[in-house]
Design a protein around this ligand. Sequence first.
Ligand code: MTE
Ligand code: MO
Length: 435
Amino acid sequence: MELLIDRQEDHDQPEEITSTTLERLTVSDRRSFLKSTGLTALGAALGMAVPFEKHFPKGLVPAAFAQDTGADLMSEKDGLTVHNDRPLNAETPAHLLDDDITPYSRLFVRANGLVPQTALDKDASGWMLTIDGEVENELSLTIDDLKNDFEQVTLALVLECGGNGRAFFQPGASGNQWTVGAVGCPQWTGVRLRDVLEKAGVKSSAVYTGHYGNDVDISGDPDKVVISRGVSIEKAMEPEALIAWAMNGEDIPALHGFPVRLVIPGYPGSVSQKYLTRIWIRDKEHDGPKMGGYSYRMPKYPVAPGTEVPEEDMEILTEMPVKSIITAPTTGAQVASGEAVEVRGHAWAGNGDVKAMHISLDFGQTWQEATLEPAPNKYAWQRWRAEVTPPEQGYYEVWARATDMNDVSQPAVTPGWNPRGYGNNMIHRIALFAS
Ligand SMILES: Nc1nc2c(c(=O)[nH]1)N[C@H]1C(S)=C(S)[C@@H](COP(=O)(O)O)O[C@H]1N2
Ligand SMILES: [Mo]
């Protein structure tokens, strides 16, 4: 900001162009450029002479302002499958999700827009989180305020994209073709959203939250909100809903929401706003971008695959269904017939703990109970293990099925088809070749 003011002050005496000048260009320069119009805009925004300015096509964003998608940071990831690089979307193969606590290198990335410059720069100076709307006292909190004024908590919480499993719906739905790996369970440190809302004093008129971050839309339009979702006040008040500043004991990485994000477990990942700058307490269901239409919404009644469902018959997807993955062995593993093989993975449910875990080696004819460890806290995934012994040489599949506390189990085939392909919790299968 300081540098921007400097440049604006002496833009009639352009400074010498050096590579550091270009490095100083920030998102605010980009915003001021995009907001300004007219021929002098380019030079003014750059703070230096542009000798060929008259040939610069109107409406084009200078390459010096090109916003980083965060794609370079993918070198810090380990074996993820990239579905899209603008915005950046990548999932983790199941066998790389074996850790109880998902490390940064193996956590899926779901960006609807571009990674904000503040996150890329790891610049949290001046960061403010505003709580406004239906509250008694509007709050503006710095990260230090969050750290000092509220009790700190650390919890392992599953983050799963609402569209995880979309690739298996028939007919297919548009959007990232996630298979099973748009999910992870890192450990988050922060404060309870509830404690912050209680400090602000939620009015009786409050019914919903509305979340905002500072990421930039893919179009480059600085005024366009990328995504702004929310949850009911009841959900926001759950003790596991966090405003977090650390993941696995370190600053939240740029790809995952630096410096502060929400983690509201149990619901689709989209409610867990990254780069969190504002929570607007609403007196009605929030209506920000990606709350309405077909976004994160399901038909209110079962529909045949491919049905055109009227918009008014869609409702918000809240609790994610019970689910599990097989993290070992890797699909396609070679094993020895007559010998026991350990099979293991994780299970989780949007409504809390998982009750039971079963596996099958005969395409679902018989099921064997797996051991299931308790969750370290609500909304963490649970480790399960079992042993299978392929009786003779040949091709086998391990099928894994979790059951939640309401006795609801994962289906063997895709569940409730829906226009955007959300909530697919069909059982996970791996191939085994026994020799
Ligand atoms: N600001 C912001 N928050 C966001 C998103 C986003 O695009 N921008 N994507 C949401 C979606 S759809 C998901 S699934 C999760 C993904 O979190 P991750 O990228 O840290 O894995 O973040 C959510 N929060
Ligand atoms: Mo998502």
